[in-house]
Design a protein around this ligand. Structure first.
Ligand SMILES: C[S@@+](CC[C@H](N)C(=O)[O-])C[C@H]1O[C@@H](n2cnc3c(N)ncnc32)[C@H](O)[C@@H]1O
Length: 409
């Protein structure tokens, strides 16, 4: 098992190591700064999490997987990443390995552990690099990254017709970034569910810090078995979350049960695009599997499979289309552009160079035993999958923002 893991880590870090070799000055400077900061802040610390971002201060990155909010302790990080990787045996070594029925079945059976491990490990990286909304969105050429993230959330509000007095369910709510933006925008009430306790703790902390605790609440639970009464919600939505589901019909049927009659359910989901993704093309399969292993997915499917799941769960489909259908129009900035590495001061931490700096920082912190063992593997996993997302987006075989709208019959 160790030998297997070592090979896999070698492969995962290959690209990042190459960058380190080619850019010794940039990496050296960031490692030296990290060392200096590490000496200054050598112990596990309190994160601000004061309602703004993860921690906008200079030392925020030092708290990745190393802060008092975290529900995992010491050795648990390393055993989590090992168990997680074990569910993707052969990934990135042999194309097709994790597309076999047997491999998908392992992740369908063990989905709860897979998702929980994944979000225990990546939540800090996402917050640090991306913000409190863990999703993508189409971006107009004159929009900032944050404007584009909020625009897609407001678009959901529009299509759901959310108004004050309504109660909405956020299926797979992350740390609640979208629900807070949508609550401020609409005046409606929101309850979100995530399988990960760390996200519940953080999200409710942010709700209170933003004065939204009376209208926004996160609970821990499994969206395959929703813990809400029948006909409790007016509206429901899921943003880049149901791609984790081991059985969408079960998940959507539960949402249907919790909605009032005529209630609307909107989804933004990750899909492989029909007519563009070719399962017989090895490069396409390689990219699909790279996205799956780096994002805790049982397997990616096509839009028509999701439409069928909607219809099998008691919904009438009202609309569905790819929100990135004009991804390469001259008036849009592709959704994956942020990951690609153009130098941008505002969103530096998300860019390729920014991620390499974070990677070398995390590596240094793990070496110094400030960050827990396993942190560098998580960073490498995320960096490798960012490259696959970019490739899938460039080739237009994959989109993270396929929109579906259904009405409870
Ligand atoms: C990519 S994140 C998106 C979070 C949020 N929708 C956002 O846009 O910020 C996916 C979320 O789905 C949640 N999730 C995945 N499978 C779940 C399950 N079976 N039950 C509850 N939550 C789940 C994860 O815990 C995580 O919060």
């Amino acid at each position: 098992m160790d030998a297997f893991n070592n090979i896999k880590v070698d492969q995962l870090v290959e690209k990042t190591t190459k960058y380190v070799e080619e850019n010794p000055v940039a990496v050296g400077v960031s490692a030296a700064l990290t060392l200096l900061a590490g000496v200054l802040v050598f112990r596990k610390g309190e994160l601000r999490r004061d309602g703004k971002d993860f921690d906008s201060g200079l030392t925020g990155g030092l708290r990745i997987l190393n802060n008092n909010d975290h529900t995992l302790k010491g050795e648990e990080f390393n055993s989590s990443i090992q168990d997680y990787e074990g569910m993707f045996q052969g990934a990135r070594q042999e194309t097709g390995a994790i597309t076999s029925n047997e491999s998908i079945e392992v992740r369908r059976e063990r989905y709860a552990a897979m998702i929980n491990h994944f979000y225990n490990l990546v939540t800090d990286f996402y917050e640090w690099g991306w913000g409190q909304s863990f999703h993508f969105g189409p971006r107009w050429h004159n929009e900032t990254f944050v404007e584009s993230i909020k625009r897609i959330e407001y678009y959901l509000c529009l299509r759901l017709g959310l108004v004050p007095g309504m109660r909405a369910l956020d299926v797979g709510c992350g740390v609640g970034g979208p629900m807070r933006n949508m609550a401020i925008f609409t005046g409606a009430h929101f309850e979100g569910i995530t399988i990960n306790q760390y996200q519940v703790n953080i999200g409710n902390k942010y709700n209170a810090a933003n004065g939204l605790a009376d209208r926004c609440k996160l609970v821990r639970g499994d969206f395959q078995n929703l813990p809400f009464p029948d006909e409790y919600f007016d509206r429901a939505y899921a943003i880049e979350a149901t791609c984790h589901s081991p059985d969408r019909v079960k998940c959507f049927s539960g949402v249907n049960r919790c909605l009032k009659k005529g209630g609307l359910f909107a989804i933004l989901d990750w899909v492989m695009l029909e007519g563009k993704y070719n399962p017989n093309n090895k490069d396409h399969v390689r990219v699909k599997e790279g996205i799956e292993v780096g994002n805790g997915l049982p397997t990616l499917v096509t839009p028509s499979e999701i439409v069928a799941a909607f219809e099998a769960s008691g919904f009438e489909i009202l609309d569905h289309f790819d929100m990135n259908r004009n991804v390469h129009s001259p008036h849009e900035i592709p959704w994956y552009d942020t990951l690609k590495g153009k130098m941008s001061l505002g969103g530096f931490r998300m860019t390729h160079i920014g991620r390499m700096c974070t990677h070398s920082m995390v590596w240094t912190l793990e070496l110094l035993r400030i960050a827990p063992a396993g942190s560098t593997r998580v960073s490498a996993l995320l960096n490798a999958t960012a490259l696959d997302l970019v490739e899938g987006g460039k080739d237009e075989i994959f989109t993270p923002s396929y929109f579906f709208l259904g009405r409870k019959k």
